[in-house]
Design a protein around this ligand. Structure first.
Ligand code: PLP
Length: 372
């Protein structure tokens, strides 16, 4: 008998954490993947009210409370033009658990999962935990996911391909034409398209579209959540939506791994989804101003930077020693290769930070570059 399972030995703690731990306490942290805004008051209040009324003490149904799932279905109608039955939604412990149940329910040992490179760290790790083999496909020069490259990577062993727009770490937004292609590939090759739409509301140019709008088969699973949209990373509330037969399989994993999403968070999420949405627009506008500030600053330094049209990340190409130089000078940035081999030579900067800190960080980067 072995002490530890092979599947857990095949993954390691994300490189992002290592960077944080290397940074001093006073560092300006451009490494964080979370909005720097408070959770909206009406969401906090809804959770407090539910707790005080004794409504959040027990387990909820495995899929989550009915009113939350109705709010999620209404959100998909409002934002995506999708007609989702609230029964086809499972509330999860963040987008992370949603990705986990989706891959666990669809990937067999030996299956391949095509993932964007660079891409969010969980795609690689969760594929391995499910016993599958990640097949990283480099993004285009403008950092968008290339449907032709994805299609070329599909083999008889492919169980799924993951798309993520707006993307982490790239900030890239897929065009509607590319999203249509993702849907066609899922239909024609009869493979699952796992669409991670966590950053849906932070789009500055272009528009967010979901492959679920275009697919003719039920081969699209959508992952979304409250973490980014409503600045609720600590509440751990996400969801997965798909056809009834897929939801039923994912529910089996969720039921045994999680039972249900935390009850107070479900009430908060429902209030966030059904309450005023101007908080989201304000965050989007703030992120756009900061994106412009950072993009101009990096371009002025002579760095080559694909324009990110969404999320709150920017990925410049950087010379050797840049990431370490920034860390030594008190600015945390994440090396691009923490997100896959194709990220080598890039750094990911999160501009979920106030403008003063961003300006200060840009000054430091200028000095670091000059010293290399
Ligand atoms: N998907 C992407 C692309 C992300 O960037 C993140 C978080 O950084 C997640 C999923 C996970 O979100 P959550 O914090 O809700 O688990």
């Amino acid at each position: 008998m072995t002490e530890f399972a092979d599947r857990v030995e095949r993954i390691s703690i994300s490189g992002i954490r290592e960077v944080f731990e290397a940074a001093g306490e006073d560092a300006i942290n451009l490494g964080l993947g979370q909005p720097d805004f408070p959770t909206p008051d009406h969401a906090r209040t809804a959770a407090v009210d539910a707790v005080e009324a004794g409504k959040a003490d027990g387990y909820t149904g495995n899929k989550g409370i009915q009113s939350l799932r109705e709010a999620i279905a209404a959100k998909h109608e409002r934002d995506n033009g999708l007609d989702i039955d609230p029964g086809d939604v499972v509330a999860t412990a963040g987008g992370s658990e949603a990705l986990h149940v989706a891959l666990e329910a669809h990937v067999e040992p030996g299956d391949e999962v095509v993932i964007p490179d660079p891409g969010f760290v969980s795609y690689d790790a969760l594929t391995k935990l499910a016993g599958g083999t990640p097949v990283p496909v480099p993004v285009r020069d403008d950092l968008t996911i290339d449907p032709a490259a994805v299609e070329e990577a599909i083999t008889d062993d492919t169980a799924a391909f993951v798309v993520n727009s707006p993307g982490n770490p790239t900030g890239a937004v897929s065009s509607p034409a590319d999203v249509r292609e993702f849907a066609r590939i899922a239909d024609e090759h009869d493979v699952l398209c796992l669409s991670d739409e966590m950053y849906e509301h932070f789009v500055f140019e272009g528009e967010h579209r979901s492959p679920m709008e275009f697919a003719e088969s039920d081969n699209v699973v959508v992952v979304n959540g409250c973490s980014k949209t409503y600045s609720m990373t600590g509440w751990r509330l996400g969801w997965v939506t798909a056809s009834t037969r897929r939801i039923e399989r994912m529910l089996r994993v969720h039921q045994y791994a999680q039972a249900c999403a935390a009850a107070p968070s479900q009430y908060a999420g429902e209030a966030a989804l059904t309450g005023p949405q101007d908080v989201v627009a304000e965050m989007r506008d703030t992120f756009e101003r900061r994106r412009d500030l950072v993009l101009d600053g990096l371009t002025d330094m002579g760095l080559s930077v694909p324009t990110p049209n969404g999320a709150f990340y920017v990925m410049p190409e950087v010379p050797d020693g840049f990431v370490e130089g920034c860390l030594d000078a008190g600015v945390v940035v994440v090396p691009g290769d923490a997100f896959g081999d194709a990220g080598e030579g890039y750094a990911r900067l999160s501009y979920a930070n106030d403008e003063e800190s961003l300006r200060e960080a840009l000054d430091v980067m200028r000095d670091v570059l000059a010293s290399l």
